[in-house]
Design a protein. Structure first.
Length: 478
């Protein structure tokens, strides 16, 4: 599959990277390994694309984006299948992701049409200001690099790429190395809809090479990235050299707190729903299960029973509710993390092993303590449930807050006031009461505290962050 840079299809004659199906290792397609000179060309071309695309009125941009949505919806099943093949998520999950993309894109168009400037009151300070008129308008930030994650490339494409385009920016997209195909196809539909090719370009390749080169380029005005905290820190450092703005949505190790007065059946269902989605590869999934000793045994027994019913297998088979991880190496890493927990004293009472290739079985680790790596800063990107027993609200809060991450959290109690009180003391940006932490609606101002990110993302917030405010002063006109 070729990509478009500076209005030209690029790929012939370049080194090819194979994109494989994580289920069986078969090759789906290839993409070019874009060299540095093409990345620099893309940044230069994006400046021209910015003038052309950003120079359109909001109504004209929206008209083109609505046409894109129509094209996208006509091919949604093809894109969903492609997404399943390259990621290993179930076809149902891929279809849901496609639906989210449509809703998010439409929402950004609607919000942008009502993104108003301000008119400052005259005469509010001493001097001649009472004779002046001061008003503001919002303009695009400029040329943006968009770095997408492997777990939700289409969903995050809609939040990052489409919001940036709706706001009039030009984008250079670095899709995930493992699974760039659905993203490339969606960009091709942008061109068909009428978006200038230089306003939306794709650079493929390894993140450590192509992504690194892109983030170091002084021609960027902003970088938006979702990924690990380690990679986010590296991008932040490179961007700082050029004072490039960054928006980072990073790692998480979300606490799932179940108090002694909780509805245990509800907590178990929410735990499974929050942790097993996308085979556990969700940044805001519940990853540390802090269960009050009064209900801990009941919770664990019901959790194990429920997980034994989960059907794992071919993601194209509708009978299966869970697919595989993004790669065999990712599954191997989860297996190593489980082994580390056991070596530190945890007891594996369910699962703990790969089922072959990139598949990993649901795993429950009992007798986890607050001193273990998994109870602090070790994020496990897979279907693993570490159980930590707590005896009080205070202990649960302290354990939840000891992590360097602060993305989301969950609190279960039949007493809503008590649950909200606990949530108010958690060092997290999102707190779900009586629900799993894997909660994100299109409008939510999603983001994290501490090392879970910088900035907020969602229809209610993103357009303000991806535009800049310009003051116009009509001096002495009154």
């Amino acid at each position: 599959m070729l990509v478009n840079i500076n209005g030209k299809e690029i790929g012939e004659g370049l080194k090819k990277l194979e994109i494989t199906n994580p289920v069986d290792g078969s090759v789906i397609d290839t993409v070019p390994d874009i060299p540095e000179e093409y990345i620099s060309e893309a940044v230069t071309a994006a400046r021209q694309g910015l003038k052309e695309w950003g120079g359109l009125s909001q109504a004209n941009r929206n008209e083109i984006i609505y046409k894109y949505i129509q094209l996208y919806e006509e091919q949604r099943h093809e894109i969903a299948r492609l997404l399943t093949l390259e990621t290993g998520k179930t076809l149902g999950e891929a279809e849901d992701e496609i639906t989210v993309c449509t809703r998010v894109t439409r929402g950004y168009c609607e919000m942008a049409a009502h993104l108003y400037g301000n008119c400052l009151p005259g005469g509010s300070t001493l001097g001649n200001q009472e004779k002046d008129i001061v008003f503001t308008r919002r303009e695009p930030l400029g040329v943006m690099a968009i770095i997408l994650p492997f777990n939700y490339p289409v969903d995050l494409y809609s939040h990052k790429v489409m919001s940036a385009l709706v706001a009039g920016n030009a984008v250079i997209i670095k899709p995930p190395s493992y699974n760039p195909l659905a993203v490339i196809r969606m960009v091709q539909l942008l061109y068909e809809a009428g978006v200038p090719k230089c306003a939306a370009q794709v650079v493929t390749g390894k993140g450590s090479v192509a992504g690194d080169c892109l983030c170091r380029n002084p021609g960027l005005d902003a970088i938006s990235m979702t990924g690990s905290t380690e990679v986010g820190r590296d991008i932040y450092q490179k961007a700082a050299a050029n004072l490039t703005r960054v928006f980072l949505e990073l790692g998480g190790n979300d606490a799932f707190i179940v108090m002694d007065d909780a509805d245990v059946d509800l907590a178990v269902e929410e735990a499974v729903g929050s942790r097993m989605g996308n085979a556990g590869q969700i940044c805001c999934a519940s990853k540390r299960f802090l269960i009050h000793q009064a209900v801990k045994q009941e919770f664990v027994e019901k959790l194990v029973k429920r997980l034994k019913k989960v059907k794992i297998g071919d993601p194209l088979d509708a009978e299966n509710s869970v697919g595989c991880l993004i790669s065999e190496s990712a599954a191997a890493q989860v297996e190593e993390q489980v082994a580390l927990c056991v070596s530190q004293g945890a007891k594996c009472i369910l699962g703990g092993k790969r089922l072959g290739g990139a598949f990993f079985e649901p795993t429950v680790l009992d007798e986890v303590t607050g001193a273990m790596d998994v109870a602090r800063d070790m994020e496990v990107f897979g279907p693993v449930f570490p159980i930590i027993t707590v005896t009080s609200e205070e202990e649960a809060i302290a354990l939840a807050n000891q992590s360097c991450y602060g993305l989301s959290g969950a609190v279960f109690s039949r007493n809503t006031g008590r649950a909200v009180s606990i949530a108010s003391r958690l060092e997290t940006a999102g707190n779900v009461i009586n629900g799993g932490s894997a909660y994100r609606t299109p409008d939510l101002a999603f983001g994290g505290y501490k090392k879970s990110g910088i900035g907020r993302e969602g229809i209610s917030r993103t357009l303000e962050e991806l535009t800049q405010e310009k003051n116009y002063i009509l001096k002495g006109v009154l």
